[in-house]
Design a protein around this ligand. Structure first.
Ligand SMILES: [Zn+2]
Length: 357
């Protein structure tokens, strides 16, 4: 947290002054050649609260609101998208790449002395004219010291307001979409209040596939360790867990699509506004290093299905220039996918300064 805050200050000091900010925004456009998306750069100053959006906002300025931390909002049709980096954590590299030999995967990502690879929990905040939706809730705060140490967990947000970087409060979130119920996705869904677990987003309805909820309860010894009933039972008790069956539109332009693969009822999130399309792959493609369809996580329950679904969705993403978002990428988690003349998927991230959290 302290390191992230420090980094923000360093980066943001370079933004002070409208001149430099203007140059930065202009450079961003030139560098990326992203013609269809535009950004708001929302600077923050150490001891003051920035109360309006940058005057360099390029289209459709939104309502004024207080910004309490740095954040960059991607304008996507009439949606505003923000990545909330909730935490970083580490998992065993072998488990992360399944049957892919270490001799191959270690060329593309760093590994520590314990064979662990650093990951992030990247939540997607979608602000649309129809409401604010948060995709995933990350690890959350309900972990003891030994668990935090085991996962090398580093929480990067204030658990009492994980959407602060977008200038919102938990009570502003009307919809929470959970791709599945593993603890690194649903861990922040509930919170302890007066010694009782309650929904962390008090006004939200939470959407997950009915089959995923049923599986979480009946998971066998191999799968059980990834679920905690404390992440979802309090949602049911509060009557806010919406169990859906199959693909469904949650908000106009925001649709869940069952992918299977990672778990039988795992869902990705498709976003569509005006002429733009995007996808939050969740755990079907967790990082840029999982772009190759056969590079499937060892955690996946149905790895052959993962491979096929990845190939199908990435082909569409490349052909139709979708915005692509990876849930566990520790580098820049959003960008576009290309197809090389050798038929390989290539990653073209948005600039790193579109993620300042
Ligand atoms: Zn998972």
């Amino acid at each position: 947290m302290a390191r992230a805050a420090q980094r923000c200050k360093v980066e943001l000091s370079a933004l002070c002054g409208p001149w430099r900010l203007g140059v930065l925004v202009y450079s961003f456009y030139r560098a990326t050649r992203v013609q269809r998306e535009s950004i708001y750069v929302v600077p923050v100053f150490e001891d003051s609260v920035f109360q309006r959006r940058s005057r360099f906002a390029l289209e459709q300025p939104g309502p004024q609101r207080q910004i309490s931390a740095a954040g960059v909002i991607l304008q996507f049709g009439d949606f505003e998208l923000t990545i909330i980096r909730e935490c970083t954590f580490s998992l065993d590299g072998g488990a992360l790449f399944g049957v892919v030999p270490k001799a191959l995967w270690s060329k593309t990502c760093c590994v520590d002395e314990s064979n662990r690879v650093k990951l992030a929990c990247n939540l997607l905040l979608i602000e649309s004219p129809h409401g604010a939706a948060l995709v995933e809730t990350g690890m959350g705060a309900r972990w003891n010291e030994s668990e935090r140490k085991r996962f090398q967990m580093n929480t990067l947000v204030d658990p009492s307001n994980m959407v602060a970087s977008a200038g919102l409060q938990h009570s502003d979130i009307e919809i929470v979409i959970l791709s599945h119920l593993h603890f690194d996705h649903a861990g922040g869904a509930t919170t302890l209040q007066d010694e009782r677990l309650v929904p962390a987003f008090p006004r939200a309805k939470y959407y997950v596939q009915r089959g995923e909820r049923e599986f979480a309860q009946s998971a066998n010894a191999r799968a059980r360790g990834s679920y905690r009933s404390s992440d979802y039972e309090p949602l049911e008790e509060a009557g806010v867990l919406q169990l859906i069956e199959g693909d469904q539109e949650i908000l106009p332009g925001v649709r869940v699509m069952v992918t299977g693969g990672h778990t039988a009822h795992h869902q990705a999130v498709m976003i569509e506004s005006e002429d733009k399309r995007g996808i939050y792959f969740a755990d079907i493609i967790p990082t840029k290093d999982h772009l190759s369809p056969p590079w499937v996580m060892g955690y996946d329950h149905f790895p052959l299905q993962s491979c096929d679904v990845k190939n199908e969705l990435l082909t569409r993403a490349a052909n139709e220039n979708w915005l692509v978002i990876f849930d566990h990428e520790v580098g820049t988690p959003w960008g576009h996918v290309g197809l090389s003349n050798k038929g390989k998927f290539e990653w073209h991230p948005l600039p790193a300064d579109t993620l300042q959290n």
